[in-house]
Design a binder for this molecule. Structure first.
Ligand code: THU
Length: 157
């Protein structure tokens, strides 16, 4: 038996003001995407924005439904929207933020497992690491590649 250890590397910024302009732009797009959140059941609003290879940004927000499983997270709304509108463009980055009652969460809110799996697939399709910007009203964390938030990724090839 060999005991093995995994190490995750990521960058943490004290606030969005410290971000590089390109990351800041995507973070701001995720914040503005919050306006499209429809969350009458949880009152937990999530905004996401993806950056495509050609530089375009596509936004998405969580959508809830009275038949609960029919709703969708902000990240998948943004990724599916981008991939269906621009099927030939790789998704190179995604930013997300969450808010409650109009106030950004004080700590980063991480993507759920299903969204991580979808990120993994688009990263594989793109062939380049996806930059993941997890925001909040304070700290912002940046992960370079889905492996950093989803180790042991399932792949069927
Ligand atoms: N939600 C997201 O939009 N993204 C995540 O990664 C986690 C959760 C949404 C789903 C639901 O509308 C609300 O947050 C509460 O779970």
């Amino acid at each position: 038996m060999i005991e093995k250890k995994l190490e995750i590397k990521y960058c943490e910024y004290e606030s969005a003001d410290e971000l590089e302009p390109r990351d800041r732009e995507l973070f701001d797009a995720a914040v503005s995407a919050l306006a499209g959140s429809y969350a009458p059941y949880s009152n937990f609003n999530v905004g996401a924005a993806v950056r495509l290879g050609n530089g375009l940004m596509v936004k998405g927000a969580n959508q809830e439904n009275s038949a609960y499983p029919s709703g969708l997270c902000a990240e998948r709304t943004a990724m599916f929207s981008a991939a269906s509108r621009y099927p030939d463009q790789p998704i190179v980055a995604i930013a997300l933020v969450a808010a409650q009652h109009g106030v950004l969460q004080p700590a980063p809110t991480y993507p759920c497992g299903a969204c991580r799996q979808v990120m993994a697939q688009y990263q594989q399709k793109a062939g380049t690491p996806m930059r993941i910007i997890v925001g909040s009203g304070k700290a912002v964390q940046i992960f370079d590649g889905v492996e950093s938030i989803l180790p042991f990724i399932f792949t069927d090839i």
